[in-house]
Design a protein around this ligand. Sequence first.
Ligand SMILES: [Ca+2]
Ligand SMILES: [Ca+2]
Ligand SMILES: [Ca+2]
Length: 587
Amino acid sequence: MKPAPRYAALAVAAAVLGLGFWTRGRLASRHGAPPAAAGGQGFRLTEAASASGLGYTPGRFAPHPSLANLAPRLGSLGVSVAVVDFDGDGWQDVFVSDPARGGRNRLFRNRRDGTFVDAAASAGLATAAGEAGAMRALFFDSRNAGRQDLLLTTSSCAVFFANRGDGTFRDETARSGLRHCGVSYAANVLDFDGDGRLDVVIADYFKPVDLARPSDYEFMPDSAVAARNGGPIVVYRNMGDGVFRPVAGNLGIVSRGWTLAVGAYDLRGTGRTDLYFATDFNSDQVYLNEGGGRFRNASRLVEDKYSRNGMSAEIADVDNDGRAAVYVTNIHAPPYALGTNMLWKWMPGGLFADAAGDLGIAECGWSWGAKFLDLDNDGLQDLVVTNGYISADPNKDYWFESGLMGSAAGRVMRDARNWPPMGRASLAGRQKKCVFRNEGWRFTDVADKTGWADDRSDGRGLAAIDHLNNGSLSLVEANEGQPLRFYRNDGGGSWVGFKLVGRRSNRDAFGARVQVRLKDKTLSREVQPANGFMAQSDGRLHFGLGREPEILEAVVRWPSGTEQRLEGLAPGRYHLVEEPEDPAPAR
Ligand SMILES: [Ca+2]
Ligand SMILES: [Ca+2]
Ligand SMILES: [Ca+2]
């Protein structure tokens, strides 16, 4: 079993280094400050997919018949969800990929009345993946033109669709240079060289293999805990005008494969975007941005003996101290899998410390997507985690066979033909989701008091959306081969939001940070909507204001280094903030 002293050892190390290990919350509890509105009422979240026009059951990816023994597993990932305002009308829409080969994606257009209607066919995205299965969707403004383009990975090669600006898209895959071939569940963007153009990171899970027409069967991991035989991580530089090229030297990023999520965020307060790779069958990888296009491999700082199945990298300042932490989901299923979800925070002494256990968010079964968002607008970001792997016959499970192959490792494990047939067996199916309410010093799971209480889906991506532009964040949950779920948030409370438009920086403002100063605290968020697992959220920044709705000021730190102060901000609305054209001194 997992030894408890690890947290203690970290705490001691932190104390020795004088770091104050998550002191804000701890001091509050030690001094008896009452946690804000503890437990109790839960959130006002109602499942409303069908009622909202989001009723949709995506298909499953089916591998070649020669891989029938592993078909449930090889078809267990692929669905993704992306919130995007694709037609630029100021209302957030929802794209959902269909992993079935030759399947039809959905693009739910927001009808501005709480309902959606599918517009994928008229937009030209329904069959964007062609005969392949559609997987990770990533929308961004590749030309700084005010239009959201789509990078879509597939079971074969990625495709890139440019937004024409009239609600339709055209296939520019060949011209873009983004015809990346491989099975990729993970992709993100960052402007690594600070030229104002968003660059792309695509990370493959498997080594190059066509699961629909395999010529090589030795593509499974060769170890359950130290596999290095997966696919590459590739960084593509945006050359301008919608053209991308692989970066020479790949920023020094070494591929081990089996990446399931790319998290991007300024983890150290340097003003630069760092990269976190949630990694299956090994420990995670983290690369710190040293500026000038140089990244430092700091992966040894996030090693954990048991948590070797990183699925999602969701990043936020959860304790309102101005510094972000990376929440990585994992597999917690004793006695089979002893991993826990991690919350890695950069400490001033130059190490990452995990506080997931102390905060009560370490365990949520076989976890996939996770999302931080302030569901009740109390100024504290809450956390929703979805989970569950394969729900088939409830009386059969595949744990024994899975463990057997893991202990065999090596050549036996990596040859797909050696794996015992899964048949109708389940593996960690029908799990209860976690809705963690941030109490200020600890999180409490209130799923039972919400519409999530009965959700036993095979959950994958989780995306936040303010579909009514009223400051209440709802959630879309994509489930593998199962109906989409839409958790409508009918809560209220005071809030403020921002839509940032970069001028010298990338127009989407990826990497921009906003700090909102209130009387009793300062809230901090970064524009990074594509973190997490197989999901992209509303790209605007949303802040619940709690009981102190008076905003003293807000400070925007643009990726260009420009700082912009905003005063006299009214709560209860989104503010459009454009980056000043004239470079102002950073500070
Ligand atoms: Ca729209
Ligand atoms: Ca760039
Ligand atoms: Ca909250």
